[in-house]
Design a protein around this ligand. Structure first.
Ligand code: BV8
Length: 235
């Protein structure tokens, strides 16, 4: 398992590519999510201000879609690593995901940090409370805490600050191995983590279908579908 000179602490960054074989569209790729919408029209605070119905419908559609999908062999392999590694190597595994689906958790992973938020959370703009949300928001439901109809998707839009960046940088600085899986390396600050890891002398590995924008920063890149190369790497 993970034969690379027995690292202790492992930070794993995942992107849409790890959920692709579960049937969840990636963002940039034939027919990807951003191909059908201009990012500026559906994934920015200005878009929400300008056309809230378009944005709420975009996220309602994706929130409903993920509930019909299942975790794949890559999610299950990472969950196995997450559960077994501390016993095997006395180190920690942290999955930092850019994904807003819940497939890591449903695949059995325990230490998951959603740096771009989660489809299945709604955030009240009136009282700042967050709520688990599997329904729609287009109908402006009342916030369960304060009753105001002020709920928005709890996802980080472009121009908004990703969640828990301090914790993420802390985890990277304490890692022996940084692994990036299924991301194009197009969006910052997530795409900059590999450079932070390199600067700190951390071993870096990329597992992806094709070379990403950040490939040059990885000590090693292995190409192939996540359901094949992730279990092979974990074993
Ligand atoms: C911020 C949630 C300040 C919503 C998302 C210039 C330079 C640097 C930064 C900027 C810049 N101009 C603007 C910025 C800032 C901007 C940014 O980076 N813009 C880009 C376009 C240049 N970033 C921000 O605004 C961020 N906030 O910067 O705040 C700050 C900075 C530092 C510290 C504190 C504060 C906020 C960005 C968050 C946006 N929200 N998602 C939603 O989901 O709707 S972004 C969204 O796209 C994802 O979350 C993900 O992060 C991102 C990239 O997507 P990927 O996951 O990589 O998916 P993609 O389709 O692109 O690629 C899929 C990959 O998988 C491909 O490589 C493919 O080959 C591979 N693949 C496909 N199938 C498989 C596979 N691999 C394996 N197996 C398969 N089967």
């Amino acid at each position: 398992m993970v034969a690379m000179n027995r690292p202790r602490n492992i930070v794993i960054l995942t992107g849409a590519g790890i959920s692709a074989e579960s049937g969840i569209d990636t963002f940039r790729g034939g027919g990807g999510l951003w191909e059908q919408h201009r990012v500026e029209d559906v994934a920015t605070p200005e878009a929400f201000e300008r056309d809230p119905d378009l944005v709420l419908r975009f996220y309602d559609m994706r929130r409903e879609a993920i509930q019909t999908k299942e975790p794949n062999a890559a999610h299950h392999a990472l969950a196995r690593l997450d559960r077994e590694w501390p016993k095997k190597a006395g180190g920690e595994v942290l999955i930092v995901t850019q994904n807003v689906d819940d497939l890591h958790e449903r695949g059995g992973a325990l230490n998951v940090l959603h740096m771009h938020g989660e489809h299945l959370n709604a955030w009240c703009m009136a009282c700042d409370e967050r709520h688990r949300w599997t329904g729609t928001l287009i109908d402006r439901p009342p916030c369960p805490a304060c009753g105001e109809s002020a709920l928005r998707p709890d996802v980080v839009w472009f121009g908004e600050v990703p969640y828990r960046m301090e914790d993420i940088y802390q985890a990277v600085s304490g890692a022996d191995l940084f692994v990036s899986i299924g991301t194009s390396g197009a969006v910052y600050p997530a795409a900059g983590l590999v450079r932070s890891a390199r600067d700190l002398g951390v071993q870096t590995l990329e597992l992806n279908l094709e070379r990403s924008q950040g490939s040059a920063w990885f000590h090693e890149t292995r190409l192939g579908p996540a359901t094949e190369i992730v279990p092979a790497w974990v074993e």
